[in-house]
Write a protein that binds this ligand. Structure first.
Ligand code: ATP
Ligand code: MG
Length: 414
């Protein structure tokens, strides 16, 4: 016998949750199109190097979270932990450099070997957008405005806050890195093991540490703002101004850095307090170095990814099967007529359900449970007269309708 538990950190998405997922993904896809982001998909697995070489060798994902294995041919394969690297790989593989700028939307499952908690899984789902080929800060403004618009549309914006920071260009980062390391060296022995390991290789990531002790040390660290050169300052000012023009409210958070190494300039996160420790629902930034790191020509990029599972948890009650029509035969003698009718209604564009078995009351209960707004009851004597009884499930009101006129009578439920 197989173990009937799903693998730790994975779960089945039953219809109620699936409806929420769909709503998140469909809302994002439709909104993305309005902003010019076309849907694309990359494979769920890639050569391990696609991630290992780009996300940064000190990132949590690469050091701890990747599902990497050798396939039967001996290739090193990784289940994608995120999709930006895959999109950039696809951009290069398909030779799309001549078509810049490009805007993409994606959705799908991602895989990270993490400690499972509410809102944190080993197989989870992301939606995301990438805008390639635009160095102008307006590109950052656009993707952030799209993220805000999505949260508004989903009705969760009032429970989220946009946090914003800049990491500056490489010159500013190098200058900052020096100052930060000088500060952190004094606390070296008190830092967590992870952070000590990052001190030499990627000290900025220490700002993002979730370790309590680290956080106290980091609270006194110099802010990056003082290390920004003029062009990095101008860049960030433009992003802030653009957001103001778009009426997107933000809070500056000088400690915000992104978990992955390929970011520069803009970094942002929409966070919520409603999901406990799993606060980030939509996060992204600018990644001008990534395409080059992957072996392509210098190409700017910016974008974000959002956790579908986390957004789904924030959505209010899922809508029932609105508008469904339950076709209810009174007895076994009406089964064929009911089967014929339910199929006729479906062909005519109605959502319709046939109670398969049981007595009248059992079938009416089922009609209620599936959220049917109306029941079409077929009895022997009614059928003989060529009519059906149409009952409003909410008010209980009912009337007799000629079978030939059902589509017209039910039109409002389509
Ligand atoms: P966190 O700080 O929560 O670990 P992250 O920085 O690793 O997030 P990103 O790589 O930026 O997350 O991914 C973008 C979004 O994907 C996150 O904001 C979050 O909503 C979602 N996400 C990331 N990891 C998981 C996970 N293991 N389970 C569910 N959702 C996740
Ligand atoms: Mg993480």
């Amino acid at each position: 016998m197989p173990d009937l538990q799903p693998v730790r950190g994975t779960h089945d998405i039953l219809p109620d949750e699936m409806r929420r997922h769909r709503r998140v993904e469909e809302t994002a896809r439709a909104l993305g199109l309005r902003y010019g982001y076309a849907e694309m998909a990359t494979p769920i697995f890639e050569f391990a190097d696609v991630f290992a070489r780009t996300l940064g060798e000190t990132s949590d994902i690469v050091t701890k979270e990747m599902y990497t294995f050798r396939d039967k041919g001996g290739d090193g394969i990784t289940l994608r932990p995120e999709n930006t690297a895959g999109v950039v790989r696809a951009f290069l593989s398909n030779g799309l450099q001549q078509q810049l700028p490009l805007k993409f939307f994606y959705r799908g499952p991602m895989f990270r070997y993490e400690r499972p908690q509410k809102g944190r899984m080993r197989q989870f789902h992301q939606i995301g957008v990438e805008l390639l080929g635009v160095a102008d800060p307006l590109a950052d403004v656009e993707v952030i405005a799209l993220g805000q618009h999505l949260l508004d549309e989903l009705g969760v914006a009032d429970r989220t806050t946009l946090e914003l920071n800049t990491l500056g260009d490489s010159e500013s980062r190098a200058a900052y890195r020096e100052k930060l390391v000088a500060y952190l060296r004094d606390f070296e022995t008190k830092l967590s093991e992870d952070s000590r390991a990052r001190l030499g290789r990627n000290p900025l990531r220490i700002l993002d540490s979730k370790d309590e002790g680290d956080r106290r040390i980091v609270a006194g660290a110099p802010p990056i703002a003082a290390s920004l050169n003029d062009s990095s300052k101008r860049f960030f000012d433009s992003v802030c101004r653009g957001l103001e023009v778009c009426k997107v409210r933000y809070r500056l958070n000088p400690r915000l850095v992104r978990g992955l190494d390929y970011y520069n300039h803009t970094a942002f996160e929409f966070t919520t307090e409603a999901l406990g420790a799993q606060g980030a629902v939509l996060a992204g930034g600018r990644y001008d170095g990534l395409v080059e790191q992957m072996g392509g020509p210098p190409t700017p990029g910016t974008g974000w990814a959002a956790g579908v599972d986390r957004l789904a948890l924030l959505l209010s009650e899922p809508e029932a099967w609105a508008g469904a029509i339950a076709v209810v035969p009174v007895g076994a003698g009406e089964t064929d007529a009911a089967l014929g009718l339910v199929q006729r209604l479906r062909r005519a564009g109605f959502a319709a359900d046939l109670g398969f078995s049981g007595n009248m009351s059992k079938r009416m209960k089922r009609a209620d449970r599936i959220g049917a707004r109306v029941a079409v009851v077929l009895g022997e004597s009614e059928l003989a007269r060529g009519i059906a009884t149409v009952r409003d499930m909410k008010t209980g009101e009912q009337d007799e309708v000629p079978l030939s006129a059902l589509e017209d009578r039910l039109a409002r439920y389509r």
